[in-house]
Design a protein around this ligand. Structure first.
Ligand code: PHE
Length: 337
């Protein structure tokens, strides 16, 4: 009897071992452990054994066999369950590398690169970075900068006017700033001198796009206000900037010019190592009327300002011959830099 029990147990264990799905394990659970299972059948025969000891021993053996088979079924069920889960997870997992292809890494746009480098160089020279709004009042953009009523830049022909008016302003007296110079006024009104700031930003003019003009472009403004600032400080700063930004082989010069908000005014050019000159921007000593508009006493404070195009610097540096390429966002162009 004991041998039969062991044989039935081993046969059951072998079947469990061969089961390859949760469903077949469940079927074995019923057939092996149910009333019609071989071990249950053997149990019914215990009563026919001759001695108490034999009954006892066989009974114990059947119970042990049932326990072993039950444990084997549970173990196999867990094993197959885990495998099934793993297979499911693997089947459903998204292979992202398949969609993305080989990983690519982006980088800053040409204009942003130039903007950030300019900031770095000026910070290195002791300047702080200031900001102003792109939608400006007529007063900040023109009036406070000594551009009176008749100034041509104030006409519809050059400037984009905005219908919206901030509280206290007349509609149609608000503009998309035509230069970064209004940040001069805002900075003077906001902080006490000494002031050493640069203000990079987007500016707008009513221009038809061509190879050298865009209705939207970028400038960087510089403003220094302190005691006893002279034109020599301006020239020295421009020269220090030129060498820091372009390299020691470059130099700069100032050429007389005119801006309503600086007096005297100058254009500044840089000389390339091959000897050729390139016009970079405008500059000059801050006009006394501008200091007054900024709430400063021209008898106490003096300063200089400069402004130039960021896009121009970037196109120059990378020999881009059409400024429109900087703004159309054609990936084939952008990826080159
Ligand atoms: N705002 C002037 C321009 O847009 C440049 C400039 C800035 C000139 C500061 C002098 C001083 O052309």
């Amino acid at each position: 009897m004991i041998d039969e029990i062991r044989a039935a147990r081993d046969a059951a264990l072998a079947q469990i071992e061969r089961a390859d799905s949760i469903e077949s394990v469940s079927a074995l659970d019923t057939s092996l452990l149910g009333k019609k299972g071989s071990l249950a059948q053997l149990k019914t025969q215990l009563g026919g054994l001759p001695t108490i000891d034999e009954k006892k021993a066989a009974g114990q053996a059947v119970n042990e066999a049932l326990q072993t088979v039950t444990a084997a079924i549970e173990a196999r069920r867990a094993e197959l369950g885990e495998a099934a889960l793993l297979a499911k997870v693997q089947a459903e997992a998204l292979d992202l590398t398949e969609f993305v292809g080989k990983p690519t890494r982006g980088h800053a746009h040409l204009v942003t690169q130039a903007w950030e480098r300019l900031e770095d160089v000026f910070i290195g020279l002791g300047f702080q970075v200031a900001e102003g709004p792109e939608v400006e009042t007529d007063w900040h953009n023109f009036e406070a900068l000594n551009m009176g009523a008749g100034h041509p830049a104030r006409g519809e022909f050059d400037t984009l006017f905005v219908d919206h008016a901030p509280p206290g302003e007349q509609p149609g007296r608000t503009v998309l700033r035509t230069h970064t110079s209004p940040v001069q006024i805002r900075t003077m009104l906001e902080q006490e001198p000494p002031i050493y700031i640069v203000a990079p930003g987007r500016v707008f003019r009513r221009d038809t796009p061509d190879a050298t003009h865009m209705p939207v472009f970028h400038q960087i403004e510089g403003l220094v206000i302190d005691r006893d600032i002279t034109m020599a400080d301006l020239a020295g700063t421009i020269e220090a900037f030129t060498k820091a930004f372009f390299g020691a082989e470059f130099t700069s010069r100032l050429r007389p010019s005119y801006f309503p908000f600086t007096e005297p005014s100058a254009e500044f050019d840089i000389q390339r190592p091959d000897g050729s000159w390139l016009e970079l921007g405008g500059c000059g000593m801050v006009h006394p009327n501008v200091l007054v508009a900024g709430g400063l006493d021209p008898e106490v404070w003096s300063g200089f300002a400069f402004g130039f195009g960021i896009d121009r610097m970037a196109t120059m540096r990378h020999q881009v011959d059409d400024i429109r390429d900087m703004f159309v966002n054609d990936i084939r162009f952008i990826e080159q830099f």
